[in-house]
Design a protein around this ligand. Structure first.
Ligand SMILES: Cc1cc2nc3c(=O)[nH]c(=O)nc-3n(C[C@H](O)[C@H](O)[C@H](O)COP(=O)(O)OP(=O)(O)OC[C@H]3O[C@@H](n4cnc5c(N)ncnc54)[C@H](O)[C@@H]3O)c2cc1C
Length: 526
């Protein structure tokens, strides 16, 4: 595989010459970083009609060992952005994960990532991050109002009350650019974060993991397989995932005190891979890398006219697939809010609610990621004793199995006390309460989430009162799959936000209550 400065190149990008004199902005929105999060952000805001400039230091889409597991919630977001079919069709669909211990052929524990059936998308799709970036880029490139500049490196950031002045290095020179809003999606070593001297607190974990992406034919099942203390990697853990194009991801825990060069020696990698797969299995090494990880986040994601999203704002371990999926949750939350602010339709608190909700999501991801890591690598003799006791018990007792933590996989996060929720008063039984992500359901003519799209929607069972401007009505039968999933009765209604979260629900809706809930969900005091 071709490389540039040790980074493998998936696809070189069209050169973007520096803009001419007199083209220094102002641009309403500048996004720094065309990784998956920056591209998805550009696609969201571009589809809402905003003029966006995206600046990316690299002039290619990188390959290498990064994200492969994309959650159902991310697929729902991709659907809303118009790239869900391409990504799902290319990807390997899976729902089942199995956890093995030592040399036992039967799993110690197994789980299903789609416990609620009857939804359009599966629990997970495995697909290489570079394919996702390419699909997002193709969709963004089709929008005339989005200008992606490959090979443009942000080297200076000066925010003030009305916007941000940037210095950008491109080709042999530099140029200035003025932005109304700056969205920093520039990854874990964020230049914007450093240039502004902002914090990034958390834990660094002392462990190394070796990734071997290999190409091998065969019909092993599309499931996540995880081993504790397998004979091919004694005392450590290992993970196996299927990807498209006959590529498989093998991930071996190695411990902290290792010789990194030796660990990456192809002979060592082949020894581990062959031991995992068994004798006589043909494969080709596609890419190998070592990773360590940290769980950290910024104290705030919103700093005046500068907003952070994705790895620039928060970092987790790859176990649980919460990095990229967490970043996509950020842009899902931010896109509609910034859209309303730019169109003058939001109250002053709306972007603060991004800060509030995205931090709740990041904290839940960090908590789960840290717990998984502590289970995989106990930090004391007592923790090791507890971990091994759970693994021993799980062999015989069903109650202990869910305690086995091989990486709790990414799920959407709820905000039960979120600032945009309206009170849940009318004695609902079950269903999906305010502050929760929407559950998909089959409709007569398609899927609920497709019908919700990216605006405010009132799903109502036989109620037809007047609606505030900007809210669309979706009539459903209380007895349909969607009506039952939301616990609706005839005459009831649920209000959905543009990111497909529930904002409010009423057994006996009235226009004033719906208008107040809409006002609250758009950041206006009620
Ligand atoms: C081994 C491994 C496995 C993983 N597996 C998963 C998984 O299965 N699922 C999952 O959800 N996550 C996974 N992750 C995490 C995932 O890869 C990251 O969360 C994801 O890349 C974050 O995307 P991003 O767009 O925020 O940042 P990045 O992908 O880092 O993109 C940042 C972009 O900003 C650009 N940039 C940086 N500085 C500048 C600058 N000064 N000016 C202009 N541009 C700049 C860079 O060129 C880059 O293109 C994994 C990570 C690793 C390491």
């Amino acid at each position: 595989m071709a490389t540039q400065g040790n980074i493998p190149v998936w696809r070189p990008m069209p050169a973007s010459p520096p803009p001419g004199p007199g083209d220094a902005g102002p641009v309403p929105i500048v996004i720094v970083g065309a990784g998956p999060v920056g591209l998805a952000m550009a696609l969201d805001l571009g589809r809402r009609g905003h003029r966006v400039v995206v600046l990316n230091r690299l002039d290619f889409i990188p390959a290498g060992s990064k994200a492969i597991c994309f959650s159902k919630r991310s697929l729902d977001i991709f659907d809303r952005l118009g790239v869900g079919d391409a990504i799902t069709d290319k990807g390997v669909v899976w729902n089942v994960g199995k956890v093995f211990r030592r040399d036992a052929a039967d799993p110690l524990y197994q789980f299903d990532m789609l416990p609620v059936k009857g939804q359009k998308r599966p629990g997970f799709v495995n697909i290489q991050q570079y394919h996702v970036e390419e699909y997002l880029w193709r969709a963004v490139a089709a929008l005339p109002n989005v200008d992606i500049r490959w090979g443009h490196d942000v080297t200076g950031v000066l925010p003030d009350d009305d916007g941000v002045s940037l210095t950008v290095a491109a080709g042999q020179g530099t140029y200035g650019l003025r932005a109304g809003w700056l969205i920093a999606c520039d990854g874990n070593r964020s230049s914007v974060r450093s240039l502004l001297g902002l914090d990034f607190d958390g834990r660094v974990f002392e462990d190394h993991f070796l990734i071997a992406d290999i190409r091998m034919a065969g019909d092993r099942p599309a499931e996540r397989w995880f081993w504790f203390d397998p004979p091919f990697n004694p005392g450590q853990s290992a993970l196996l995932h299927r990807q498209p194009d006959d590529v498989w991801r093998l991930d071996f825990q190695l411990g902290w005190n290792i010789d990194r060069e030796k660990a990456l020696d192809p002979a060592n990698v082949r020894r581990l891979v062959s031991a995992m797969l068994g004798d006589g299995v043909d494969y080709e090494l596609v890419w190998t890398s070592l990773y360590t990880f940290q769980c950290r986040r910024m104290r705030r994601f919103l700093h005046g006219r500068v907003v952070f999203a994705g790895d620039s704002a928060h970092l987790v371990s790859p176990f649980g697939a919460r990095g990229c999926n967490g970043g996509l949750a950020d842009i899902d939350n931010l896109g509609w809010k910034l859209d309303l602010v730019l169109r003058g339709l939001a109250g002053p608190g709306l972007l603060d609610s991004y800060n509030h909700e995205a931090i709740i999501t990041a904290d839940e991801n960090i908590l789960n990621s840290s717990r998984s890591t502590d289970f995989l690598t106990p930090k004391s003799a007592v923790s090791t004793l507890f971990r091994d006791a759970v693994l021993d018990l799980a062999g015989h007792c069903a109650f202990a199995r869910p305690m086995v933590n091989s990486g709790r996989l990414s799920m959407p996060v709820s905000y039960p006390d979120g600032p945009l929720n309206s009170a849940d008063r009318d004695g609902w039984d079950g269903g999906v309460p305010p502050g929760s992500p929407t559950l998909d359901a089959a409709l007569d003519d398609g899927w609920l989430l497709d019908r919700l799209g990216g605006g405010f929607v009132l799903m109502a069972a036989g109620w037809e009162g007047p609606l505030p401007d900007g809210v669309r009505l979706l009539p459903v039968d209380a007895d349909s799959a969607a009506g039952r999933r939301y616990g609706m009765v005839p005459g009831s209604a649920c209000l959905f936000r543009p990111d497909q979260y529930v904002a409010g629900r009423w057994r006996r809706p009235d226009p004033a209550a719906i208008a107040a809930a809409h006002r609250k969900a758009t950041g206006f005091p009620t």
